[in-house]
Design a protein around this ligand. Structure first.
Ligand SMILES: Nc1ncnc2c1ncn2[C@@H]1O[C@H](COP(=O)(O)OP(=O)(O)OP(=O)(O)O)[C@@H](O)[C@H]1O
Ligand SMILES: [Mg+2]
Length: 274
């Protein structure tokens, strides 16, 4: 695929990743609320009467064995999959089940897939610039002042993701971990209210994992972050509240120590990495 083609594709993606404003109302409750959500694929209940509440600014870890429904849950939140029943609310104002994928992204829900999709031929800085300039409204009203703001935002994100020194480097020569951070940075350019991150440390070195943990914990508070991850050492290092999914439902919820000592959790993880 040519770079131009991939830019055009990326542009389409970013078209709906842009929060014009963040009208999400969290004054009366959580930022994300799922109630009694179910979805079946060919009769198999991937998500089964799932209830989940994420508070504004929270960092939540979601764990669970393969096939527990973790990714499907993210698909439902982002509008990729429609549940058969239940409610999904973003703040108290937005019923996500009435919105499509672009509309949900525009409200400020950013999603990080496992595979990084940065533009290898472009510099780190240009990747971040692109993530921002895909906002057609900004492009069409581009002023010197906005330009300055954009640069400030890029500097801010570069510092958050720890890639200041690599800003001029082509993204293609970054390590796997650095590419993952850059992609998180590209999402952050859109100032999401909620970030969904699926298996961020797969394939990372210990050092990269540690740095990723610092990054995700530093984001919490400013935005809400939901992290799905299999690496238990990593989860333990960043965990506040942990939710264990099993067969499409919440099996246990609490601190890492609480859930890890829960006999039902131990049971479903027998033979697994926990
Ligand atoms: N679009 C789909 N069509 C059919 N079955 C699906 C679809 N999406 C998910 N499933 C099934 O739903 C179940 C839950 O899958 P899901 O990917 O959500 O699990 P997961 O918890 O993310 O697992 P893993 O830890 O392996 O990533 C699995 O049995 C999967 O095969
Ligand atoms: Mg998954």
């Amino acid at each position: 695929m040519s770079i131009l083609q991939s830019l055009a594709d990326r542009d389409r993606v970013f078209d709906f990743l842009i929060p014009r404003e963040s009208p999400v109302d969290v004054r009366h409750g959580p930022i994300l609320y799922l109630e009694d959500v179910s979805v079946s694929f060919d009769g198999f209940k991937a998500i089964n009467a799932l209830d989940l509440t994420i508070d504004d600014g929270e960092l939540r870890c979601i764990i669970g064995p393969n096939g527990a429904g973790k990714t499907t849950m993210m698909d439902i939140i982002t509008g990729k999959t429609r549940p058969d029943r239940g409610q999904v609310w973003f703040g108290s104002r937005h019923n996500l089940l009435t919105l499509n994928e672009p509309e949900i992204a525009t409200l400020g829900i950013g999603r990080k897939f496992q595979k990084p999709t940065v533009f290898e031929a472009l510099s780190v800085f240009e990747n971040l610039e692109l993530a921002m300039s895909a906002d057609k409204r900004v492009l069409s009203t581009l002023t010197a002042r906005l330009d300055g703001e954009a640069r400030d935002r890029i500097d801010e994100v570069l510092s958050l993701i720890g890639l200041e020194a690599a800003r001029r480097r082509p993204a293609g020569i970054l390590s796997h971990g650095q590419k993952q951070w850059l992609e998180i940075g590209m999402l952050l350019m859109q100032r999401p209210r909620l970030l969904l991150v699926d298996e961020p440390v797969a394939g990372m070195t210990e050092q990269e994992m540690e740095r990723t943990g610092e990054l995700l914990t530093s984001l919490a508070g400013k935005q809400s972050v939901v992290v799905v991850e299999h690496d238990m050492g990593f989860v333990r290092s960043i965990a506040r509240k942990v939710t264990v999914l099993h067969q499409g439902s919440v099996l246990a919820e609490g601190s890492m120590d609480q859930v890890a000592s829960d006999p039902r959790v131990v049971e479903v993880y027998l033979g697994e990495e926990a």
